[in-house]
Structures are given as C-alpha cells and as structure tokens.
Design a protein. Structure first.
Length: 237
C-alpha cells in the first residue's frame, strides 16, 4: 500500500529538518543574487545575509562595504568575484570569493543549508554530493567558479520535483535516514541512479552508492527505498 507522506513529514522523519527547500526569493539575499520569482514549495526565511571578511573577521551586510574594506585593509587579498550559477533550474548571480568551494557557496551565498553537508571536507564521504550536469559531484572538492554555466541540482531541488515525489516517500517509509547527515548526498545519488538505470538492481544501487558513507549504517534501506521509488516513477506499481 502506498504511504502518503508530506514533504514536511519527510524532512522531519528523515532527519532533514535543516534541509527544507529554500525559496530563494524568501531568503532576503536579493542584493547578492538575481532572485527568481519562482519558489519551491516551502520557504526558509533569512533576514540578512552577513558577509564576513575571511582575513580579519569583520562583518557587514553591505557587499560594497566589504569590497571597500578589502581594498583598503587587505590590498593583497582576493576580492569576491561575481559568478553565475544555475541551481535547481534558477540562474543566480552570486558574489563568491575565488577560493570558495561549491559546497560553501551553496550554503553561504545561495542559502541552501540542507544540501551538500560537510562531513570530511576532503572528498572522502559523499555527504556533500550534488549533481553537476546530471552527474554526482563532490561539492567540497569543486570551486564555485568552476561550475559557472553548469546545471547544479541539490537535494532540495530533487525533493521539490513532483516526478521524484515517490523517492521522498520511499525514503520516509523505509527510514532510509537516521541522523540524516549523509542523507542529502545519498538522496542526490539516488536520483542519479533512477535516471540512469530506470529500474536498478540492488547491485547497481550498491555500486553507485559505494562512495557515500553512512555512520548510522542505513545502507540496506537505501536499496529498498530506491528500488521502490524507481518502480513507482516508471509507473510500474
Ligand atoms: S564532505 Fe565532501 S566528500 Fe566528505
Ligand atoms: S543517517 Fe546518520 S550518517 Fe547516515
């Protein structure tokens, strides 16, 4: 029997409480991005975006003031650069520091705090996985400026996509998340697996998820959830 689970329930049950899809328009960071009119189903409200100088720690909500501060106080430091990123179908103009990873940028500049969790921050665990041009990528090992012009898809975007609703429901139904820390990365690879194989075998799922480490040991649940979701998404139920 199909279990109906609201996305909010899923976020709670799956340990995704911090993964609520962000309405970019509702983030209050329109001054640093070209905020699109379209929004995801749920919103996270952030009132002010605070820039912090990585050299001395000075904080300001005014980007121009930060640039002025950089030029005057740290003339040899890199000034934030403008980058255009396509995140979950929205073209965003973000100010990034040239050394920011994609993971840092998605969290700090775009405001997507649920996706791309930092666990190891060195390419070893998979918790920061996002899709870049449809392929799983470790966002802690990529620079944001490298990703300009590429399609970036996060767990928030996948969860907001009606086509992948059965994946959300299957993850909740089968308790595929415990603490939830690894789950955005696993969930993102799950979409890739379904898109790649249609109806994947357990072996294909295990192989594709081999780079995603779960401290809570939820491995077998991902196989069950992904197979069930794949069957529903293909209309086979
Ligand atoms: S945080 Fe990126 S691979 Fe571990
Ligand atoms: S659910 Fe806790 S690390 Fe995977």
């Amino acid at each position: 029997m199909t279990q109906s689970v609201s996305r909010r329930d899923f976020l709670k049950v799956g340990g995704f409480a911090g993964v609520a899809a962000a309405s970019v328009a509702g983030l209050g960071i329109g001054s640093i991005i070209g905020a699109p009119e379209t929004a995801y189903a749920e919103t996270v409200t952030v009132t002010d975006f605070v820039y912090t100088c990585p050299v001395c720690g000075k904080s300001t909500t005014d980007y121009d003031a930060l640039v002025k501060h950089f030029k005057e106080s740290h003339p040899k430091a890199a000034v934030p650069a403008l980058a255009t990123l396509v995140v979950n179908g929205n073209e965003l103009k973000v100010q990034v520091e040239p050394h920011w990873t994609l993971r840092e940028t998605l969290q700090r500049a775009v405001g997507l705090t649920g996706c791309a969790k930092e666990m190891c921050d060195r390419g070893g665990c998979g918790s920061c996985t996002v899709l870049v041009d449809g392929v799983p990528a470790l966002s802690c090992t990529m620079l944001a400026v490298e990703c300009q012009g590429k399609q970036i898809e996060t767990s928030e975007g996948i969860a907001a996509d009606e086509t992948y609703r059965p994946l959300v429901e299957a993850y909740a139904k089968h308790d595929a998340a415990q603490c939830g820390y690894c789950t955005p990365g696993q969930f993102t690879v799950a979409k890739y697996i379904i898109a790649k194989y249609g109806e994947p075998t357990p072996e294909q799922i295990r192989v594709e998820l081999a780079g995603n480490i779960c401290r809570c040991g939820t491995y077998s649940r991902h196989v069950t959830a992904i197979q069930e979701a794949a069957e529903a998404i293909k209309g086979g139920r």
